[in-house]
Design a protein around this ligand. Sequence first.
Ligand SMILES: CC(C)(COP(=O)(O)OP(=O)(O)OC[C@H]1O[C@@H](n2cnc3c(N)ncnc32)[C@H](O)[C@@H]1OP(=O)(O)O)[C@@H](O)C(=O)NCCC(=O)NCCS
Length: 326
Amino acid sequence: MFHATIAGTGRAVPEKVLTNADLTKMVETSDEWITSRTGIRERRMAGPDDILSDFCVRAAIPALAEAGIEPGDLDTIILATCTPDHPIPGAAPVVQQKLGARRAAAFDLNAACSGWLYGLHVADGLIQSGKAKNILLLGAEFLTRFTDYTDRGTCVLFGDGAGATALKATKSDHGVLSTSIHSDGEGSTFISMPGGGSSFPPNRPESRDKGLYIQMKGGETFKVAIRSMVDVCKEVLAESGFTTADVDWFLPHQANERILTATAERLEIPPERCVNNIARYGNTSAASIPIALDEYAREGRLKRGDLILITAFGGGLTWGAALVRW
Ligand SMILES: CC(C)(COP(=O)(O)OP(=O)(O)OC[C@H]1O[C@@H](n2cnc3c(N)ncnc32)[C@H](O)[C@@H]1OP(=O)(O)O)[C@@H](O)C(=O)NCCC(=O)NCCS
């Protein structure tokens, strides 16, 4: 039976770097507080003329080239984002047009920080069912456009960027071995941006009162994120007959270094096997996993045959995990 393999990766991040020192001029905070509580030292910030779909295209071009897929051969484009260019149309068809991927069905997928992981689950299912062979899976966010730079509890966390993964159908031992996704709407207020949708549309005054910014209950999110990611990682390992001792790389969504470390510790995975680039990008939501995959792949750290355990957690609440043979 066919399943998906990651045949190429790419990334594109804005040029502007927003450092912790820059943030101390905007809110009452310090480099010491941000670094010790989150592990973040700097993050990228989209410039006024930057457009998310352009960053997706810039990330996609090297991913498709590495995979040997022409844009015209793509049959599906999935763009995981909660910050598309605009509500209508979705950003994925815009990317499709810019790439010249005329045959591809293209759609956005919003599962907040778990978006790329959800996309991998969907893409692997499409390939397994025979409905697709070549899929472009993107995770991209311009979260700084929806960040309240008077709220020190959230504004230090988020950054912008795009990551691309080119997926191909394969029958080999490489690629996606197992995926699992979960949701719990009971925690829908933990991470939210209430305004801009049909509940608080732009034509209602209350929508303008911070409804268009990301809001977060940091403490509650912190605890449930660790517990959920540990559980779902154990689930995909058990399903495939592996244990954490078999895992070469653990790649968690880059939300907060303390979350990464605590999750890895509970899974008994040592820090040297944990992918960690949060210091330079902050939390880029759905983009964090494909950006990190591309970075570690291009630095030659991921070796063919490595077993990679990937997990994510985000607003919804949503979470999931995947086990991938590189
Ligand atoms: C946001 C987060 C870093 C806050 O860390 P924390 O240790 O929980 O800190 P708290 O929210 O308990 O705040 C502790 C104190 O620091 C203060 N504080 C909050 N942000 C601050 C900042 N940027 N600089 C300085 N002080 C800050 C708080 O006001 C509070 O002060 P008080 O005790 O006088 O009230 C942490 O909760 C977190 O990372 N949560 C998960 C967030 C996340 O990853 N979300 C996305 C998941 S996909």
